[in-house]
Design a protein around this ligand. Structure first.
Ligand SMILES: NC(=O)C1=CN([C@@H]2O[C@H](COP(=O)(O)OP(=O)(O)OC[C@H]3O[C@@H](n4cnc5c(N)ncnc54)[C@H](O)[C@@H]3O)[C@@H](O)[C@H]2O)C=CC1
Ligand SMILES: O=C(O)C(=O)CO
Length: 327
């Protein structure tokens, strides 16, 4: 322990390299329990902390009131919907995140969801493993849908969206539509992406990929009227946040055959309830929020988060401060 170093609390386990970096500059205490830290333990640990490294803990008024010395919160994620930005601004607490380092890894997973849903990979894997593959069955029962040269609509063509676009257009020859808050001229140039209204995107796309952050504006913004406008042959892919979608409307669209299938990495409530109707649908590929979950990328994210925390506490340049909290 070094009294000259700022006290920080790591509310999640981080790889040794990131921890070693943090320890060079900070007096670090870490949560070493299994699973997420209980809220009360977290609040108690923050009584004298100047910095917090976290991933999904809600950074809200209650937490900030219990952490009077807190100056910086660094999340090991690019999404920061767990930050109460107004509360942090009021108390002058800096918030940072980990953009860029995970873009390719998440984009790979989105392609995996598209391919799995369209070619029925998980459904047919279960079919083979359960011994149901026999000669003489009608082969059409195993047919899927082509991904190559199909049309893709990305809602939220940002950092990750662009990496998806690159794979889809240059790798699979897909035609690309997108809808954003504002146009992305570089992506239009690089990928021939066409900026369209939501209506047009939904009506034209064989695959609709949702990649917006969760904000007050995007909370449950994808709802029944959107599924109703999609092609009945289309697939819905969500790797953003579950709460951007009205999940009941998604279930209904799938159950009534209004859309062909879905690929999901995220859910309204995580972990998703084992009795959730989505889990019983063979045309839905479900993953446990693993968009960025490769060993290398999680190491890179932890190191970025550690660097962000140190830079914020030292007042150095270079931390990825979330855009709403930049001065
Ligand atoms: N499944 C997973 O494991 C992961 C999920 N994510 C999620 O992906 C999100 C996006 O990450 P990035 O691409 O780095 O963010 P980004 O900020 O680079 O891109 C987001 C895009 O969404 C657009 N957008 C925002 N609000 C919109 C609205 N109301 N309507 C239409 N478009 C809107 C923005 O214009 C921007 O182009 C994260 O915030 C996070 O929630 C990120 C990493 C891993
Ligand atoms: O970074 C994020 O926002 C995630 O969801 C996990 O990588």
């Amino acid at each position: 322990m070094d009294h000259g170093k700022p006290k920080v609390f790591a509310a999640k386990r981080i790889p040794p390299e990131a921890l070693a970096y943090l320890e060079q500059y900070c007096d670090v205490r870490s949560w070493d329990g299994d699973g997420p830290i209980p809220r009360e333990r977290l609040l108690a640990a923050l009584a004298d902390a100047e910095g917090l490294l976290t991933s999904g803990d809600a950074i809200d008024d209650e937490l900030l009131a219990r952490a009077p010395k807190l100056r910086a919160v660094s999340t090991v994620s690019v999404g920061y919907n767990h930050f109460d930005l107004d509360a942090m601004r009021r108390r002058g607490v800096v918030g940072t995140h980990t953009p860029y380092v995970l873009d390719d890894t998440v984009a790979d997973l989105v392609l995996a969801l598209m391919l799995s849903a369209a070619r029925r990979v998980t459904e047919l894997d279960a079919y083979v493993k359960s011994g149901r593959w026999e000669r003489g069955q009608p082969e059409a029962a195993l047919f899927g849908t082509d991904v190559h040269h199909a049309s893709l609509g990305i809602v939220g063509l940002g950092r990750i969206g662009e990496r998806i676009a690159q794979r889809a257009v240059h790798g699979f020859g897909m035609k690309l539509y997108y809808h954003n808050r504002s146009r992305n001229p570089e992506a239009e140039e690089r990928y021939g992406a066409q900026y369209v209204s939501m209506d047009e995107l939904l009506g034209e796309s064989d695959f609709v990929v949702l990649m917006t952050p969760l904000t007050p504006k995007t909370e449950r913004f994808f709802r029944k009227e959107h599924f109703d406008r999609m092609k009945p042959s289309a697939f819905f892919i969500n790797a953003s946040r579950g709460r951007t979608v009205d999940e009941n409307a998604l279930v209904e669209a799938l159950a009534t055959g209004r859309i062909r299938g879905a690929g999901l990495d995220v859910y309204e409530v995580e972990p998703v309830d084992p009795s959730h109707p989505l889990l019983a649908m063979p045309n839905v590929v479900t993953l446990p929020h693993i968009g960025s979950a490769t060993a290398q990328t999680r190491r890179d994210m932890a190191l970025t988060a550690a660097r962000n925390l140190v830079a914020s506490l030292r007042g150095d340049e270079g931390a990825y401060v979330v855009k709403e909290l930049r001065s």
